[in-house]
Ligand binder design. Structure first.
Ligand code: FAD
Length: 487
């Protein structure tokens, strides 16, 4: 064993299998340490919340329980990455830093540029592996689908570990007490973190829960069981997309129930498709992807915004979704889309006012999906059909018996069922209205939809919007989408 040291820098890859960095290090004759860095500047940025940090911390603890047998552990630092690498490079002759490419927001992208410069200056090689088939530096989507399938169908990395001498040193950047007190807890209402639980969810989906996937996907209550619920494990890297593809496609149920499984597989591809958009253009976080929409004027009523954020809008399904999300960290796709639609279209608020609120609440927060999906629902991409969700219709269609609403909006739990979607229609004959503490709807939904529709559709004629559409199609759409459009 030589004196040099390699470093595995974990980011959103908190697992011990199908892991390129571990494979690289185990093959070498050089010892290595594994690090995770809680960076104050990133922790304090607007998009991150305690639930994310707790998920990460407990995923690491789980990794450590696996690695312990091999005399290894993930070392945790609580400091800016640049100071951590400075400290480590002064202490050890570092040869390689291994990590996965991070498709992050502006602050983490800029941090990476700084680290790249620093490591180069110190003559340290930084090897960043592509994540989940996402490609860095591409200028269009030619062959993207082909490459994606080639990637997910290629062999998994099977990691094995050798016991090595433990490298001990005094860590000057241990987690501060205040943060530690928060991290060590893990609220029961969130999905349990870590590789082991990721597999449990995947196995239970393939064995028991898959058969109602398609029919329940838009239902706010039933989808909680019948969707795969793999999202937090994918977002924080407890499972790789490739591991899930391989597991599903080799499962005994796959060939018998292909329809449901193929729906999930195509969504896993969407995951990478959306992250690829963000990888190619991380400005999505701060600006309308179609710059032509930057000039759109909103009323930005903060009173409405606050009602939306806390779940007191007076629209039962909207409030139930927000309250459920606040409590559990998960709602299904349709409810996410409806929340954005209500905020941006009906309440006429700029998407930028709500985007971090939801990122903090989603346990599965993934920048690459979050900003791109948020803008798609807000109608600021220019190229997608604008969907405006009417919360009353959604409620009748997807929570017809009102059971989801009753679970989350306790003020409505005793009203007669037929009023659950529109409690403002209750009369004194139906219910003791004076007892009802639930607010009246904060806007007229029909009027607001008409205004929003006119506003957003007429803006499509804006010259910059049209010009930007061409750029977006070239950069972000896949060949088949362009072909479809041309035909
Ligand atoms: C405004 C908005 C914000 C969103 N933010 C996030 C986010 O931060 N993180 C996140 O993982 N998903 C996000 N989504 C996408 C989607 O809602 C979730 O992936 C899905 O609800 C997760 O539940 P599941 O794992 O049971 O999904 P399943 O339906 O079982 O799908 C399996 C996997 O496919 C991927 N997937 C599913 N739907 C989509 C989609 N529409 N776009 C891209 N990938 C998808 C996810 O990785 C998911 O885990 C967002 C959607 C909207 C409308």
């Amino acid at each position: 064993m030589n004196q040099d040291l390699n470093i595995i820098w974990l980011k959103r890859d908190l697992r011990t299998q199908d892991h390129k960095s571990f494979e690289f290090c185990e093959k070498q004759n050089t010892n290595y340490i594994i690090i995770y860095i809680f960076e104050p500047s990133i922790l304090n940025y607007g998009d991150i919340s305690t639930r994310h940090l707790q998920f990460v911390y407990h995923s690491i603890l789980h990794m450590n329980s696996i690695l312990k047998v091999y005399n290894k552990e993930v070392l945790i630092f609580h400091e800016e990455a640049i100071n951590v690498f400075n400290f480590l490079s002064n202490k050890f002759p570092i040869k390689n830093v291994l990590s996965y490419q991070e498709t992050g927001i502006k602050i983490s992208w800029e941090r990476d540029l700084k680290i790249k410069k620093f490591l180069k200056y110190k003559n340290i090689n930084w090897n960043q592996f592509p994540r989940d088939g996402i490609m860095r530096g591409i200028s269009n989507r030619n062959n993207w689908d082909y490459n994606f399938y080639k990637f997910v169908n290629s062999d998994l990395t099977v990691n094995s570990f050798r016991e090595r001498k433990k490298i001990s040193f005094d860590n000057p950047f241990k987690i501060k007490k205040k943060l530690y007190e928060i991290l060590k807890q893990y609220p029961l209402q969130y999905q349990k973190p870590g590789e082991l639980y990721g597999w449990k969810y995947l196995v239970s989906f393939c064995e028991e829960r898959f058969d109602t996937y398609n029919i329940n996907i838009s239902k706010p209550k039933k989808s909680r069981l019948s969707c795969s619920r793999l999202s937090p494990f994918i977002s924080w890297g407890n499972l790789s997309i490739k591991q899930i593809f391989h597991y599903i496609k080799s499962h005994k149920n796959f060939n018998i129930y292909k329809r449901n499984f193929n729906s999930v597989l195509s969504r896993l591809k969407w995951n990478c498709h959306f992250i690829q958009k963000f990888e190619s253009e991380c400005d999505y976080e701060l600006k309308c992807v179609n710059r032509g929409y930057e000039s759109l004027v909103y009323s930005n009523n903060y009173e409405l915004l606050n009602k939306w954020k806390t779940g007191f809008t007076g629209f039962p399904l909207v409030d139930a979704s927000m309250r459920c999300l606040i409590h559990t960290g998960w709602i299904n796709f349709r409810m996410r889309a409806m929340l954005v639609s209500v905020l941006c279209h009906h309440f006429d608020c700029n998407w930028k006012l709500g985007v971090y609120h939801l990122s903090k609440l989603f346990l599965d927060y993934e920048p690459g999906i979050h900003y791109t999906q948020f803008q798609m629902q807000a109608g600021t991409t220019g190229i997608n059909t604008i969907r405006m969700y009417n919360p009353v219709k959604q409620s009748k269609d997807h929570d017809n018996d009102g059971s989801f609403i009753k679970d989350w909006v306790s003020e409505l739990s005793e009203i007669p069922d037929k009023f659950i979607h529109e409690p403002w229609k209750l009369t004194p004959i139906d219910y003791d209205i004076d007892k009802l503490t639930y607010p009246k709807p904060c806007i007229d939904i029909k009027k607001s939809a008409n205004i929003a529709r006119k506003k957003i559709w007429s803006h499509r004629k804006n010259n910059l919007v049209k010009l930007e559409n061409k750029r977006i199609i070239n950069l972000h759409t896949r060949n088949n989408e362009i072909i479809k459009k041309r035909n």
